[in-house]
Design a protein around this ligand. Structure first.
Ligand SMILES: [Cu+2]
Length: 337
C-alpha cells in the first residue's frame, strides 16, 4: 500500500511538461515562467536518494525508522464524480517493542508501526480513512486540518469496530493525526500518532524529502518521559546515520509529538535551515539553526550541506537529546559535476 513514487503524479508531470513545452514556444514573458516550471520537473527526477545502513527487521515494529523516513503513503487512488479520492486502510494494533537494552514497551499503534503511516495527498483530494480498531481499548483518529465536526475524530471507537473518516484535504501544509481518547497523553505516548502531508497543487521544488517525528516514552507511568526518539526508536539514527548527498536540497517535514514536556527545540549542526511554518507557504520565510516547537507543532525545514561528514540533529534540551532524541546526517561527497 505504501509507495514512495506516485505513478499518477508522474503521469501528470508529463502532461505538464507537454503543456509547458507548448507555452515555451509562444515566447514573451510567459516563456521564463514556463522554463522554470520545466526545470522544476527535470530536477525532480535528478534528486539523488542515497541508501543508508540498514539492520533489517525490528521486533515489534513493522517498519524501521530508516524505511519510514521516506515512506509516503499516497493511499489507493480512485476517481469519484470527477474527484480524486484517496483511501487509506489502517488498523489499530498492540505490539511490544524493545526501546533499548533496559526497556521493552507495549505500543498502541497503526499498522504495526510507531509513528503510524505518513499519509500524503494533494490539496483538494477527498480523503477516506477506514479505521479498524483491533488494539483492545477504545481509540480514535483525530486529524488536524479543516473538516466538519462529525469527522473530528474525538468520539471513541470501541475495540472491534470500524469508523470511516472522510473529508477534503485542506489546507495544504503539514498536518498530523492522533488518537483523541482520554487521557490523550497516554494514547499519544503509547504510539497512536502520525503525519499527514497535504501538497500544494503547484508542487514544491524538487528535494530529498523526509519525515521526522519527535516523541517521548513514559516507560514507568509517572507522567514524565524517560526516553525520547525520532521516528519511534531511541538513538536509532545515531547508530544508523541518514545518508544524504552534498549540496542537495533536503526537505524535512518535522513534527513534535512529545507529551509532558511543554516544548522542545530542533537544532541542526554546522548549518542553517529555512523554516516554512506548518508548511503553509509555498516558500520558506525565515532562516535559523534552532527552532522551538510546542506539542503538535510542525514545520518544513529546508537546507543543504556544503561539506561532507557527519552532523548531528537534536532538540537543544540536551537531556532530551541524550535520552534518545538525537540523530546524524552523513553527508556524502557529490560526484556530480
Ligand atoms: Cu487511543
Amino acid at each position: 500500500m505504501s509507495k514512495s513514487v506516485e505513478p499518477e503524479k508522474l503521469a501528470s508531470s508529463r502532461r505538464q511538461i507537454l503543456k509547458w513545452g507548448l507555452l515555451a514556444g509562444v515566447g514573451g514573458a510567459g516563456t521564463l515562467a514556463a522554463f522554470s516550471q520545466l526545470e522544476k520537473i527535470k530536477l525532480r527526477s535528478s534528486v539523488t536518494v542515497l541508501p543508508s545502513t540498514h539492520t533489517g527487521a525490528i521486533s515489534g515494529q513493522a517498519s524501521t525508522p530508516l524505511t519510514m523516513l521516506r515512506d509516503f503513503d499516497y493511499g489507493t487512488v480512485t476517481q469519484e464524480k470527477g474527484r480524486t479520492v484517496r483511501e487509506f486502510r489502517v488498523e489499530a494494533q498492540t505490539s511490544t517493542i524493545k526501546l533499548d537494552n533496559a526497556h521493552t514497551f507495549i505500543t498502541w499503534n497503526l499498522n504495526g508501526r510507531v509513528p503510524g503511516p505518513t499519509f500524503r495527498a494533494t490539496e483538494g483530494d477527498r480523503i477516506r480513512v477506514i479505521f479498524y480498531n483491533r488494539a483492545g481499548h477504545s481509540h480514535s483518529l483525530h486529524f488536524h486540518g479543516v473538516h466538519p465536526a462529525e469527522m473530528d475524530g474525538v468520539k471513541p471507537i470501541r475495540n472491534g469496530k470500524i469508523m470511516i473518516y472522510e473529508f477534503d484535504a485542506e489546507p495544504f501544509g503539514v498536518q498530523l493525526y492522533h488518537c483523541h481518547v482520554a487521557p490523550v497523553t497516554r494514547h499519544i505516548g503509547k504510539g497512536l500518532y502520525g503525519m499527514f502531508i497535504i501538497d500544494p497543487k503547484d508542487l514544491r521544488p524538487p528535494a530529498d524529502e523526509m519525515m521526522l517525528i519527535m516523541a517521548g516514552y513514559d516507560v514507568n507511568d509517572d507522567k514524565k518521559n524517560e526516553l525520547y526518539a525520532f521516528n519511534g526508536l531511541p538513538h536509532y539514527y545515531m547508530h544508523h546515520p541518514i545518508a544524504i548527498q552534498q549540496n542537495q536540497l533536503i526537505r524535512l517535514y518535522v513534527l513534535n509529538m512529545i507529551e509532558f514536556d511543554a516544548a522542545v527545540t530542533f537544532h541542526l549542526h554546522a548549518n542553517m535551515f529555512k523554516v516554512n511554518r506548518a508548511g503553509r507557504s509555498p516558500q520558506p520565510s525565515e532562516e535559523t539553526d534552532v527552532i522551538t516547537m510546542g506539542t503538535a507543532e510542525r514545520h518544513i525545514l529546508e537546507f543543504s550541506y556544503r561539506y561532507p561528514g557527519k552532523y548531528m540533529f537534536h532538540p537543544h534540551q540536551d537531556a532530551i537529546a541524550e535520552a534518545g532524541c538525537m540523530g546524524l546526517f552523513d553527508v556524502v561527497e557529490s560526484t556530480k559535476t
